[in-house]
Design a protein around this ligand. Structure first.
Ligand code: ADE
Ligand code: ZN
Length: 319
């Protein structure tokens, strides 16, 4: 049982945290037909491409700052109920823009949700602005410029999510230069759908302190050694990887091997209701299926906090 363990995550997409029940309510409110992506209380998709389409359709059900405040507050309150002390939320201003809400109102709704959940439960959270790779390099650069301009103290990092098979990291490197120059922490989805080349590109061109997923680096022993020597933290999301069929089951998942090789890893939920998971379930699987001891799991939580894009005073308080 891992319920009693303190938890932290540094990789969860805000729209990806929307429970189907809430999405259905939102669809009713705005008169949106959900057939095709929401059926019998579950999201409907069959592969990674369909998942991304489904994700974007769910995102389009959140249309006001109040919608985003409610979504964020509910997600963080549930996390806090499972003993979670810290969460980094991945947000994409593009989704706010695409629905006509605008990036500022989108962000202020999310901040309000963080404030309310923090007040109620004490959970600490920060925001990572992300570009969506499948929206193209210009939109990823615009997201980086937005994050760089933001004076919001909760915005502490920059990421790129979306379709990893679209283009090469080089096409998006400028976005990361902008974010780095602005002092933001850097992480990037790589080595999830694509193999080691994608992680090598990310390390060479982005020089991030963390990687979203990164698990397919395991296919290249030299790359595993490079990650270990650099101390790059992998934001591992086992439930997501199995649901998206990157691995057939948890026994074939490389978390154990990466951990054994000395790569720094932590546990994350990614898009929990899309993958029928939760952070609590990820911890439980690490314990009961993958055989990690409580001490090893606590060390992973510590790794998440050490790698968090947060000021030192807050980090020390959380550690
Ligand atoms: N956006 C939301 N979840 C994602 C994932 N697992 N990979 C890439 N982009 C995403
Ligand atoms: Zn992700």
């Amino acid at each position: 049982m891992t319920r009693h363990l303190l938890k932290a995550e540094i990789h969860c997409h805000i729209e990806g945290a929307a429970p189907p029940v809430l999405a259905a309510k939102q669809a009713d409110k705005y008169g949106v037909d959900t057939t095709g992506f929401l059926r019998d209380g579950a999201y409907v998709w069959n592969d990674f491409s369909e998942f991304l389409v489904c994700y974007d359709r769910v995102a389009a059900l959140f249309r006001t700052d109040a919608d985003y405040a409610l979504l964020t507050e509910s997600y963080l309150t549930e996390l806090a109920g499972a003993n979670t002390i810290y969460s980094e939320i991945i947000v994409s201003p593009d989704h706010g823009d695409r629905i006509g809400l605008g990036a500022d109102a989108y962000l202020s709704g999310i901040c309000e949700g963080i404030r309310r959940a923090g007040e109620k439960t004490g959970i600490e959270a920060r925001i990572i602005v992300t570009g969506e790779r499948h929206f193209g390099p210009d939109s990823v650069i615009a997201a980086a410029e937005y994050a760089a301009r933001s004076q919001n103290p909760l915005v502490t990092g920059f990421n790129m999510a979306g379709e990893e098979r679209m283009g090469r990291v080089a096409d998006y490197a400028r976005a990361f230069d902008i974010a780095r120059d602005a002092g933001l922490g850097l992480t990037i989805h790589a080595g999830e759908v694509c193999g080691p080349f994608s992680v090598i590109d990310a390390l060479d061109l982005v020089r991030p302190s963390r990687l979203g997923h990164g698990v397919r680096a395991v296919e290249d022993p030299e790359l595993v050694a490079r990650l270990r020597d650099l101390g790059t933290v992998l934001e591992v999301c086992p439930g997501s990887n199995v649901a998206l069929n990157v691995y057939p089951d948890f026994h074939h998942h490389p978390l154990r091997r990466l951990h054994k090789e000395g790569v720094r890893v932590c546990l994350n939920s990614d898009d929990p209701p899309f993958f029928h998971t939760s952070l609590e379930r990820e911890y439980e699987i690490a314990s009961s299926v993958m055989g990690f001891s409580d001490a090893e799991i606590n060390a992973m939580t510590r790794t998440a906090i050490e790698a968090a894009f947060v000021d030192e005073a807050t980090r020390q308080r959380l550690l």
